[in-house]
Design a protein around this ligand. Structure first.
Ligand code: UD1
Ligand code: MG
Length: 466
């Protein structure tokens, strides 16, 4: 049969309550791989080249729109969630002419764009098409009964199925290509005489098939594309699958992952070749890691950028930080938002850095807090140094020049500036600017009281005897 060439629009059904999630959040905002379920479906639809995207929202609509508001879509309201058939029917008034509707479920995130293109092609060769898969454990998914011509005969929802129908392993993935306006006529005839008391979209397909429409079955190339999220176990299973795909991709591209089963890498994270990732590392958000880095056990990184050959020692936490080539971080370091380390800088154990720029080769190796601070190249920050950046009301800046030596336990009371090549004496509280090359020393002079220890012993003995 000659193919039709209807314009394709995607409709994503995302209004349902998701009762079995037992959540205060809309189901489609739950995340896998660091992104909401709905964002996965939207991305696949866009990559499939859909001209127009409709998203049907209802339960938690404001939250959904707020979280995905940047997306260029038409939001369609389904004020009462009366079922998937009712959800699709809400789109009718927004359509301007005949179209092939790629109808997707907002809770079926692993569908690929190539599948969607193939599904539309198949539908254009006949009347409509739907994606099916054979699953060993079909659970709550609708069962597909095939007719003599290997097209759809009917779909039976799990809750409405007889024992015999429940045993069918072929499931409805909730992904369809259906022609408009024809599908709306079938939706208009829907009844709610089923276990959920809802208008089932699946009943409209069954009715179309009964009316002699060819609904072709498209077998998904990878059955995980059919996995839907109806409860938290479904969510965990898909999360595991996304993680497996991500770590597989990274390893194929030249990243060493010592134990992929205990490594978490969100989908959008990028990692360069020859980087080695030890167990229990977690990488999330927009994190980008360069080549030849080593991320040791227990490292946690979010929304951060590392250059090449950076070594992050065990149990360090980086959030919104940047580190250039050959930096060394940790163990037990904490880099907070706005921490910027230039090439070769070192931040050691129990050092916290926030909104601060550490120049090339800077060392802050032990037990320090650097907040709202700039440190010039090659300067050394001693153990126990604190930039006292907060006066209880406002934050203030500390400026440390190049090649400066900040002695251990110096308190730098901001706003304060320490010039190039200057030194601060250990234990000093520095609240005045230090000129370049100067020594700032602020502490009482040491007294040595000779013979004092012996006298103390004698005094104690004496006290006991009286
Ligand atoms: C549905 C299918 C089932 C299929 C499965 C695939 C029906 C009746 N059943 O079941 O055959 O195997 O998907 O995952 O369609 N939604 C709305 N408005 C509503 C109800 C639901 O927008 O009134 C949305 C939901 O937000 C969800 C999608 O439609 O994103 C599917 O709804 P859900 O309740 O999860 O249907 P399933 O029981 O999974
Ligand atoms: Mg579902």
């Amino acid at each position: 049969m000659a193919g039709r060439a209807l314009p394709t629009s995607a409709v994503i059904l995302a209004a349902g309550k998701g009762t079995r999630m037992h959540s205060s959040r809309p189901k489609v905002l739950h995340q896998v791989g660091g992104k909401p379920l709905l964002a996965w479906v939207l991305r696949a639809a866009r990559e499939a080249g859909c001209q127009h995207l409709f998203v049907v929202v209802g339960h938690g609509a404001d939250e959904v729109r707020a979280e995905l508001g940047a997306e260029d879509v038409t939001w369609v309201e389904q004020n009462d969630q009366l079922g998937t058939g009712h959800a699709l029917a809400q789109v009718e008034r927004h359509l301007e002419g005949p179209a092939m509707l790629l109808v997707l479920s907002g809770d079926v995130p692993l569908v690929s764009s190539t599948t969607l293109v193939d599904l539309v092609d198949l539908a254009n060769r006949g009347w409509g098409a739907m994606a099916v898969a054979e699953l060993p454990d079909p659970g709550s998914l609708g069962r597909v009964v095939t007719g003599a011509n290997s097209n759809l005969e009917r779909i039976v929802e799990a809750l409405d199925a007889t024992a015999e129908e429940s045993a069918i392993k072929w499931v409805n993935a909730g992904l369809y290509a259906l022609p408009a306006p024809e599908i709306f006529a079938h939706l208009a005839d829907l009844e709610t005489d089923n276990a959920k008391g809802e208008f089932y979209l699946t009943d409209a397909l069954t009715a179309a098939a009964a009316a002699g429409r060819e609904v072709a079955l498209f077998t998904l190339p990878d059955s995980s594309e059919a996995w839907g999220v109806n409860d938290r176990r479904d969510l965990a299973r898909i999360q595991q699958e996304v993680l497996r795909r991500k770590t597989d991709q990274l390893m194929a591209a030249g990243v060493t992952i010592l134990d992929p089963g205990v490594t978490t890498v969100e989908w959008d994270v990028e990692i360069g070749t020859d980087t080695v990732i030890h167990p229990q590392v977690s990488l999330s958000g927009s994190t980008r890691i360069g080549s030849g880095c080593v991320l040791n056990q227990g490292v946690w990184i979010r929304d951060s950028t590392l250059g090449d050959n950076v070594s992050v020692e065990p149990y360090s936490v980086l959030d919104g930080a940047e580190a250039s080539d050959s930096c060394r971080i940790g163990p037990f370091a904490r880099l907070r938002p706005g921490a910027v380390l230039l090439a070769g800088a070192r931040v050691g154990n129990f050092v916290e850095v926030k909104n601060s720029r550490l120049g090339e080769g800077v060392k802050a190796n032990h037990l320090a807090y650097l907040g709202d601070t700039t440190v010039g190249a090659e300067s050394n920050v001693g153990a126990g140094v604190v930039t006292c950046n907060y006066d209880g009301q406002a934050k203030h800046h500390t400026e440390i020049g190049r090649n400066v030596f900040i002695g251990s336990d110096t308190m730098l009371v901001a706003p304060v500036e320490v010039g190039d090549d200057a030194v601060t004496a250990a234990g000093s509280v520095v609240n005045k600017d230090v000129p370049p090359g100067a020594l700032a020393i602020e502490r009482t002079e040491q007294r040595n009281i000779l013979g004092w220890a012996k006298r103390r012993i004698a005094w104690r003995k004496n006290k006991k005897n009286t």
